[in-house]
Design a protein around this ligand. Structure first.
Ligand code: KG4
Ligand code: ZN
Length: 354
């Protein structure tokens, strides 16, 4: 089953062809980071316009790199929410037009379900054997720019939320602290790089860890602590900047690791998937690997490029929906606030060419 994934929920225009929900045939991501960096964050209207300009070339490249014609596809999966409304619309309208013109089924995918499905992707050509996939049920730590959550996954599309952030998402905290440190946008990946040569114990920063059985997160106190620490002084530079980045990253990683271990103990499920942009963070990957070795749970983290936004994960999640017969109509709509627990509205009438 060959499925085209389309992802335009934020500042990446992405298209990918995935075979049988697992094997990545192509994975094209056109990032808008440079365009938004001069504004210090994503400008929604600019994002929509960039998607309009980029989507067709990105789709063509995804088909060419997969070595297929669009007519070879068995279906199209597109992110329908959550995300920026104008940005989502570009992907959804493109998917519906393509589905109608080609006579192929279309399905709307929840972006968060996409992140959860990234762990099933593999490269057929890779020299190394494909990574193990988690059994059901498993737990997932979803850490992105907009979400931070611990989730119990019973199977495709069957999830329950165990805990979530009460304020900032982990990625948002990285980006806001990056901005405070004068590191530009997005700060997460720069902090990760700087932290590699810094001392994580150089600065004492708070860890928000409420009650023992609580699986919620809070990062606004940490962000405020950083802001207070930086008040009335010049921005750290050189080794001090690296130490600051390492200390901040350690505080975030510490909380994410402790809550993940708590979830595993409370649920009695020794399988943890980690996904979303912050799952690319080397400190988090190392911290969780150490916890897995100590506690004896199994850790499943996609390679960094599949943690940040991509369309292969949308194709992987969409393949499962298409396989069980889901079909979107031409009235498939976008939902900027779509919660993980709900699937995009299916629409009423499957598209078909005349
Ligand atoms: O999943 P994603 O690509 O987009 C959303 O769905 O939000 O996540 C983007 C977030 C941004 O906040 C970015 O700074 C963060 O993930 N991020 C990182 C790293 N790579 C991306 N944060 C920390 N370390 C990284 N290496
Ligand atoms: Zn994302």
């Amino acid at each position: 089953m060959l499925v085209l994934g389309i992802e335009t929920s934020c500042d990446e225009t992405a298209a990918s062809v995935v075979e049988d929900g697992r094997w990545v045939r192509s994975d094209v991501v056109s990032s808008q980071i440079k365009v938004h960096a001069e504004y210090g964050g994503v400008v929604p209207e600019v994002a929509s316009r960039q998607h309009v300009a980029t989507i067709v070339p990105v789709l063509r490249r995804a088909a060419a790199e997969a070595g297929i014609e669009l007519s070879d596809l068995d279906g199209i999966a597109v992110t329908a929410g959550p995300g920026l409304v104008g940005a989502l619309l570009v992907g959804v309208e493109t998917a519906k037009s393509l589905g109608y013109a080609l006579g192929k089924p279309v399905v709307g995918v929840n972006h968060l379900a996409g992140h959860l499905a990234a762990v099933f992707l593999a490269e057929r050509s890779a020299a190394t054997p494909p990574p193990a996939v988690p059994p059901d049920p498993h737990l997932a730590l979803l850490v992105s720019g907009g979400h931070t959550a611990l989730i119990r996954v019973e199977g495709p599309g069957a999830t329950s939320l165990l805990g979530a952030t009460r304020d900032d998402a982990a990625g948002e905290a990285f980006d806001k602290v990056g901005k405070m440190l004068g590191l530009g946008y997005p700060g997460g990946v720069v902090i990760d790089r700087l932290a590699a040569t810094g001392n994580p114990n150089a600065f004492t920063l708070p860890r928000a860890l409420p009650r023992r059985d609580d699986l919620d997160f809070s990062f606004s106190g940490l962000k405020t602590a950083v802001s207070v620490m930086l008040q009335g002084r010049s921005l750290p530079e050189g080794q001090e900047l690296a130490d600051f980045a390492a200390s901040f990253q350690a505080a975030v990683v510490d909380v994410l690791c402790r809550k993940s271990r708590r979830a595993i103990a409370l649920q009695g499920i020794p399988h943890l998937v980690v996904c979303g942009g912050v799952a690319a963070n080397r400190g988090l990957r190392a911290g969780l690997a150490a916890a897995a070795a100590e506690d004896g749970f199994n850790l499943y983290i996609p390679p960094p490029k599949r943690c940040t936004d991509n369309a292969a994960m949308i194709a992987a999640a969409g393949t499962r929906l298409l396989a069980r017969g889901d079909r979107a109509g031409l009235d498939l709509s976008v939902d900027p606030g779509l919660p993980l627990s709900s699937e995009p509205s299916k629409g009423s009438e499957p598209p078909h060419a005349t």
